[in-house]
Design a protein around this ligand. Structure first.
Ligand code: F6P
Length: 366
C-alpha cells in the first residue's frame, strides 16, 4: 500500500513548561509551511487536546510570528492527563484509571493529522513511544530545565534556567556579603543536579549539594566555619531540590494525584541545621518556578529553532519514533527509546565536578 501523503501535522508541548518551547513551535511551523506546504495545528495542553478534538488551534505563520523570545508555550501544557492512565472520578467519588489512547488515535485521524511533534521531557517521551508502538507517526523534541533526559547532550530550557539561577546567585551574593550571612539557595533538579552544578560554578557558590553526591552536613558546616574564620564572612550554599543527606531521604511537600512526588523543603532543612551547627546567620531562598519562566537565552532560542526544524525534517523523512538530539555540535535523530531508558545524571567523578572541586567548591561529601 502506498504511504499516505502528509498534509497536516500536529504539535504538542507536555510536562512542565520552560523557555524555548515557542522557539521550537515557531521553527517547526516555518519549516512545515514554507518548505513543505503542510498545515499545522497546535494540540492544546499536552495531549489532552487530542482527547477532545475541539482542543486544537491552527498554527499559521501569523500565530507564530513574534514568539521566539516569549517564555512558556502558546499552545499550553500540563503534566496531568496520561492517555494510557487517564484518571476519572467514579459515581462513588473514587478515582479509576482507564486507557484512553484508542480515543486519542481516533481523534488524531479525525483531524487528518499525518504526524505529531511531541515536545517534552521524560514523561512525554514515554507516552510518545507508547503512541509509536500503537502505530502513530510521532517524533520527539527533548525539553526540560532539569537537563536530565538521556540521548541528548542538552535539553532546551536548561541554559535559560541556569541563567536565571546564576543571576539570582549574583544578586544574593551582594546582600549576603553586606550582612555577613550564609545564603542557602534551593533550585530545581529532581533526580539530577545539573542546574545546581552549572549555576553554582557560574555563580561562584561555595557549596553545591546535588542528588548524585549524598551530603554530610558536618562537612558543609566545617567548610562554612573555615570560611568565616579566615575572614570570608559570607557564603553561598546551592541545594538542588532532590539533594539527599547520606543515608537520608529527599524532602517532599506532598504527592500529586498520579503519585508523583512534589519535591521541596531541602533548602529549609539544610538552612536550619547549618544555623544550629555553625551559629552563623542563615537565610533560605527557594527559586522554584522562577527558573521555568521568562525569555529564553540566545542559546535556547537557537537550540529550540534547530530542534523544531530538525523534528519537521524527521517527519519529511518519515523517521518516526525518533527524537531530535544535540550530539556535540550536530543535531541528530535518535530512537525515542534511547532517551527514556534512564535519567541522565551527573557523574560524580566527572570533569565538571572535578573543576568545581579545584575551585574550592564543597559538595558536602569530603
Ligand atoms: O521537571 C521539571 C521540574 O521543573 C522539576 O525540577 C520540578 O520538580 C518540577 O518540574 C515541578 O513541577 P510542577 O510544575 O508540577 O510543580
Amino acid at each position: 500500500m502506498a504511504e499516505k501523503e502528509i498534509k497536516k501535522i500536529g504539535i504538542s508541548t507536555g510536562g512542565g513548561d520552560c523557555p524555548g518551547l515557542n522557539a521550537v513551535i515557531r521553527a517547526a511551523v516555518y519549516t512545515a509551511i514554507n518548505k513543505y506546504g503542510w498545515e499545522v495545528v497546535g494540540i492544546r495542553d499536552a495531549l489532552n487536546g487530542l482527547m477532545d478534538t475541539s482542543q486544537t488551534m491552527p498554527l499559521g505563520l501569523n500565530e507564530v510570528k513574534d514568539i521566539l523570545n516569549k517564555g512558556g508555550t502558546i499552545i499550553g501544557t500540563t503534566n496531568k492527563g496520561n492517555p494510557f492512565h487517564w484518571e476519572r472520578q467514579k459515581s462513588d467519588g473514587t478515582i479509576e484509571t482507564i486507557d484512553r489512547s484508542g480515543q486519542l488515535v481516533e481523534n488524531f485521524h479525525k483531524l487528518g493529522l499525518g504526524a505529531l511533534i511531541s515536545i517534552g521531557g521524560d514523561g512525554s517521551m514515554k507516552i510518545a513511544q507508547q503512541l509509536v508502538e500503537k502505530g502513530l507517526p510521532v517524533v520527539g523534541v527533548p525539553k526540560t530545565i532539569d537537563n536530565d533526559l538521556s540521548a541528548t547532550d542538552v535539553t532546551f530550557g536548561f541554559d535559560s534556567a541556569v541563567r536565571t539561577a546564576s543571576e539570582a546567585l549574583d544578586k544574593l551574593r551582594s546582600t549576603a556579603e553586606s550582612h555577613h550571612r550564609v545564603m542557602v539557595v534551593e533550585m530545581m533538579g529532581r533526580h539530577s543536579g545539573w542546574i545546581a552544578l552549572h549555576s553554582g560554578i557560574s555563580g561562584d557558590a561555595h557549596v553545591i549539594l546535588i542528588p548524585e553526591i549524598p551530603f554530610d552536613l558536618a562537612v558543609v558546616a566545617k567548610k562554612l566555619k573555615e570560611r568565616n574564620e579566615k575572614g570570608d564572612k559570607y557564603s553561598i550554599v546551592v541545594v538542588a531540590e532532590g539533594a539527599v543527606p547520606k543515608g537520608g531521604e529527599m524532602a517532599m511537600v506532598g504527592k500529586k494525584a498520579d503519585g508523583t512526588v512534589i519535591l521541596g523543603g531541602m533548602g529549609q532543612k539544610v538552612g536550619l541545621a547549618l544555623s544550629e551547627m555553625t551559629g552563623l546567620e542563615i537565610r533560605v531562598v527557594v527559586l522554584g518556578h522562577l527558573q521555568r519562566g521568562g525569555s529564553p537565552t540566545e542559546f535556547d532560542r537557537i537550540l529550540g529553532t534547530r530542534y523544531g526544524e530538525a523534528a519537521t525534517e524527521l517527519i519529511a523523512k518519515k523517521q518516526f519514533g525518533k527524537m531530535v538530539a544535540l550530539k556535540g555540535t550536530a543535531i541528530v535523530g535518535v530512537p525515542i527509546t534511547d532517551a527514556i531508558g534512564q535519567t541522565k545524571k551527573i557523574f560524580p567523578e566527572g570533569t565538571l565536578v572535578k573543576v568545581a572541586r579545584s575551585m574550592g567548591i564543597c559538595f558536602g561529601d569530603r
